[in-house]
Design a protein around this ligand. Structure first.
Ligand SMILES: C[S@@+](CC[C@H](N)C(=O)[O-])C[C@H]1O[C@@H](n2cnc3c(N)ncnc32)[C@H](O)[C@@H]1O
Length: 308
């Protein structure tokens, strides 16, 4: 398994972030078969690398792959675990290799996940997560959702969360990962301009990124999940955030300087593509040396109670 040409390997991120991580676990040759996807979807090797890198970044930040207390069950029982919007399947590949007694399922409408070269306890299903999930009620012990921050409209979050709760057994868990910019603490003018442009682009598409830090309110509305836990970790992007800040800077700069993002954000900012590229690769990098923009990642998790 694996692709030795992954740019993650070339960058040596494995060594820096987490010594236990095996990047060979994913066969990047199999990824990106369909590249008709829009911005914010992993549609080429660079974007897929960023998704992988983000997985290891968040694992390093939380020092764990998940927050609900399910590890013992994953080891001892034959649990069923679902990852919603699984992308290239990085999280699932990690867990399927680690918890051999359990079975893992990923759903995504993008064929970025490996079809053949994968552990026997891992299955992928192509499905739209904003339609009814292709699984019966109470099938899973744990339903997880990694990052889908620029994808869902407010009403789609409610649907997606209700589907996650439906397919989980009473006594099982749901978990969703969210990002937050809070008060934009420590943010310099260049980064602020970028955030405002991106925010207005998302709003135009009906996606309010401010919904994410409040997903707990949506989860709590479901009578099956009245108690929601919030596990939040703060970090600073850029050199003032140390090693983890530099990894996040790489992910963020990579996203912003991609062709798709350049195409979208340069007209919103009223500048040419060349000026936009200079803004990212020079002005932003320079600004990050003197500022400390604070971000956080939040894991919301809840146990499904038995309402009968
Ligand atoms: C940023 S990626 C995150 C991948 C993975 N959850 C992770 O954290 O590594 C977002 C994923 O959501 C998927 N996605 C977006 N809209 C979707 C939809 N309507 N149905 C299924 N998957 C969707 C995209 O294809 C993409 O793989």
């Amino acid at each position: 398994m694996g692709n030795n040409n992954s740019s993650l390997k070339r960058k040596g991120i494995k060594m820096e972030l987490d010594k236990n991580v095996d990047y060979n676990a994913t066969d990047l040759e199999n990824l990106g078969a369909e590249t008709k996807l829009k911005c914010h979807m992993p549609s080429n090797d660079d974007a897929i690398d960023r998704v992988h890198m983000f997985h290891f970044f968040q694992r390093s930040l939380f020092q764990s792959d998940f927050s609900p207390p399910i590890e013992e069950r994953l080891v001892r029982e034959s649990c069923k675990v679902l990852d919603v919007g699984c992308g290239p399947g990085t999280w699932l590949l990690d867990l399927a290799n680690k918890y051999e007694n359990s079975s893992f399922y990923g759903i995504d409408n993008n064929l970025a996940y490996p079809n053949e070269i994968k552990p026997g306890n891992l299955n992928f299903v192509r499905a739209d997560v904003f339609d009814r999930f292709p699984f019966p009620d109470n099938k899973f012990d744990y339903a997880h959702q990694g990052l889908m921050r620029y994808t869902a409209k407010p009403e789609q979050w409610s649907f997606l969360i209700s589907e996650m709760i439906r397919v989980v057994k009473p006594g099982g868990y749901i978990e969703l990962l969210a990002t937050s910019r809070g008060e934009f603490k420590g943010t310099g003018p260049v980064l602020m301009k970028l955030h405002e442009a991106h925010f207005s682009y998302c709003l135009e598409k009906g996606i309010d990124t401010k919904t994410m830090p409040n997903l707990d309110k949506i989860i709590k509305l479901n009578p099956d999940t009245p108690i929601v836990n919030r596990d939040e970790k703060f970090f600073i992007s850029g050199p003032n955030g140390g090693k983890i800040g530099m990894v996040y800077q790489d992910i963020h700069i990579g996203f912003h300087k991609s062709e798709a993002t350049t195409e979208i954000l340069s007209p919103i900012l009223g500048i040419s593509k060349e000026e936009y590229k200079t803004m990212i690769t020079k002005d932003l990098i320079e600004e990050l040396k003197h500022t400390s923009p604070e971000y956080s990642l939040i894991r919301f998790w809840a146990k499904k109670i038995n309402n009968n």
